[in-house]
Design a protein around this ligand. Structure first.
Ligand code: FES
Length: 229
């Protein structure tokens, strides 16, 4: 593993910000509806200047978003982490199609809606012996920022996840006019306030509106509260 990747870490501080270390590239990415057909797409709007460390707001109250300005103290932010450390497959969360298996962890959903882009990913998995549907399933699952949807090939049992370099993206959902979570990519370890490490995953989304009930992960509540950076 390259040295740069080994140094990347995210620390969830007690009732305070996320501390990103190891020169993790930070940018802003938006969900947009680029065409009349309503299909969603990702665009990269802004690349932040590289820095060794960043303190990102997770209470939603900072006046310097996306960075922490200490407002979590006056806001008496309760950042208690409620997520499980290890995501395990429940039989109800596994959908077996003819050529693909979908692992669906709904508790990680960040409500980005890419899974409905061209039909829906569940239908596509069930018809995955037809190449166009298989392609739709792979594409829609790969656009999901939260890692809720993970596909594996049914024959080889190899994951369809694409390896990516570590990075973090601040999500703007322009199609819904709200701001969203921090999209963490590339297997960056995330450590809880009490020093335990969450299961390392290819992609996860961290709440930055302060309202998720599955902290530190986003659960889509930013939509309900109309979070705006
Ligand atoms: S950013 Fe999604 S629930 Fe807070």
């Amino acid at each position: 593993m390259p040295d740069s990747r080994m140094r990347c870490r995210i620390k969830v501080t007690r009732n305070g910000p996320y501390l990103l270390s190891g020169s993790i590239p930070l940018n802003r990415m938006s969900i947009v509806s680029p065409s009349a057909n309503g299909h969603l797409a990702w665009t990269t709007d802004l690349q932040f200047p590289p820095d060794e460390t960043y303190a990102l707001c997770r209470c939603g109250k900072s006046g310097l978003k996306p960075f922490c300005d200490g407002s979590h103290v006056s806001a008496c932010f309760d950042g208690t982490e409620t997520a499980v450390l290890e995501i395990r497959d429940d039989p109800d969360e596994v959908l077996e199609g003819p050529t693909l298996i979908l692992h669906d962890h709904e508790e990680l959903c960040s409500a980005s809606n890419f899974c409905h882009r061209m039909g829906n990913v569940w239908n596509a998995v069930e018809k995955s012996d037809e190449e166009p549907y298989r392609e739709i399933a792979v594409y829609e699952a790969s656009c999901c920022p939260s890692g809720r949807l993970v596909l594996e090939d049914r024959v080889s049992r190899i994951s369809c996840e694409t390896a990516v370099e570590p990075s973090a993206s601040l999500v703007e959902d322009r199609s819904e006019n709200v701001s969203g979570p921090v999209w963490v990519k590339g297997n960056i370890p995330i450590e809880s306030a009490d020093g335990r490490t969450y299961q390392v995953r290819c992609r996860v989304t961290l709440c930055r509106c302060g309202s998720s009930e599955n902290k530190p992960f986003c659960d889509g509540t930013h939509m309900d509260v109309g979070f705006k950076e």
